[in-house]
Design a protein around this ligand. Structure first.
Ligand code: ZN
Ligand code: ZN
Length: 330
């Protein structure tokens, strides 16, 4: 799911859809099988699923898509692509006006004025949020005396945890967010890559999206800028959609992720947990469902923290019987 709402972008997108002759999502009938081309993009510095684990994960995902979403799909896997090769492939997008627009919200954690901007943004976000939203999304809401306390806590946690993530040591001794990989951790890079992706419909990559931004909803601020998956409008393919799943938050052995994940996923379930989380993204891609936050045991409720195994157990326990509206546009 697109993780933010920007009115300007919505307008830009609407305009581009008009010029493309209709970019709205068409309902996909369930009585046929859908071919989906999968690309595996690998940052060589980070742990990744082996080829057999990757195949196993996709087999499970295919079964879950049928079980949870009602669609039959067949996956076609492209050969692995290195992250550097992918960066080269999408380099031309850097010059597009929409990329410049998206980058206006992207901040540098090492810049004091950017941190000040984030602090102000979170203050505004928290002070203008309805109480029901804060109750739903802020863990331990009752413990805070006022909204200022909530926003200070949110800001401090965002900066502190994102710093930890970006400075994780990778296998070649560089830090996770060191150049030239820094850009591949950001929302503008992936959002634009998905909009313009050619030759594949869905990406699995062993990196993570973790950046500092304004114009984000409260639940992204609460996850310190981490995004596990994303489905976006695509201007080329017939689904009018493209998606990505980031597997680093599931596979990282770094102490930060081990502790944030809480109870560790049993090794034999690792591919199953990723497969079910990918199913959530396919709920956007195929069913055109949006995210929900108030449904119980619902595949369309995203994980609100990094405890993916708890999220998984909750979806396996039973399924949501409530109605889900279908979007006309992501
Ligand atoms: Zn979602
Ligand atoms: Zn539901």
């Amino acid at each position: 799911m697109k993780r933010r709402m920007r009115f300007l972008l919505a307008l830009l997108l609407a305009a581009s859809c008009v010029t493309l002759g209709g970019g709205t999502l068409k309902d996909l009938p369930v009585d046929r099988e859908y071919p989906i081309v999968i690309r595996h993009i690998v940052d060589p510095r980070l742990p990744a699923l082996s080829e057999s684990e990757f195949q196993d994960m996709l087999d499970r995902c295919k079964a879950y898509i049928h079980e949870y979403l009602g669609y039959r799909v067949s996956f076609f896997i492209q050969g692995n692509q290195s992250m550097q090769a992918f960066r080269e492939e999408v380099k031309g997008l850097d010059e597009l006006p929409m990329m410049h627009e998206l980058k206006k919200s992207l901040l540098d954690i090492n810049s004091e004025s950017d941190r000040e901007r984030l602090s102000k943004y979170i203050d505004e976000l928290v002070s203008s949020a309805p109480e029901t939203t804060l109750r739903r999304h802020v863990p331990g809401f009752e413990r805070y005396n006022n909204r200022k306390e909530i926003s200070s806590h949110l800001y401090r946690q965002y900066v502190e945890k994102l710093r930890k993530i970006q400075s994780i040591k990778t296998s070649d001794g560089t830090r996770l967010a060191d150049a030239p990989y820094d850009v591949t951790l950001t929302y503008p890079f992936w959002d634009m890559a998905l909009r313009h992706l050619k030759g594949a419909h869905f990406i699995f990559t062993n990196t993570i999206m973790a950046d500092m931004e304004v114009d984000i909803p409260i639940y992204v601020a609460l996850r310190y800028g981490i995004t596990t998956g994303l489905v976006e409008h695509n201007i080329h393919n017939s689904y009018r959609a493209a998606g990505v799943i980031f597997t680093y938050p599931f596979l990282s052995r770094d102490g930060f992720f081990v502790s944030e994940r809480g109870k560790e996923t049993p090794a034999e379930l690792a591919t199953d947990v990723i497969a079910l989380y990918a199913t959530h993204e396919f709920g956007h891609f195929l069913n055109h469902f949006r995210d929900y936050y108030d449904h119980e045991n619902c595949i369309m409720v995203p994980a609100h923290d990094l405890d993916y195994y708890r999220w998984y157990r909750d979806k396996k326990e039973k399924k949501c019987a409530l109605k889900h509206e279908k979007l006309k546009m992501f």
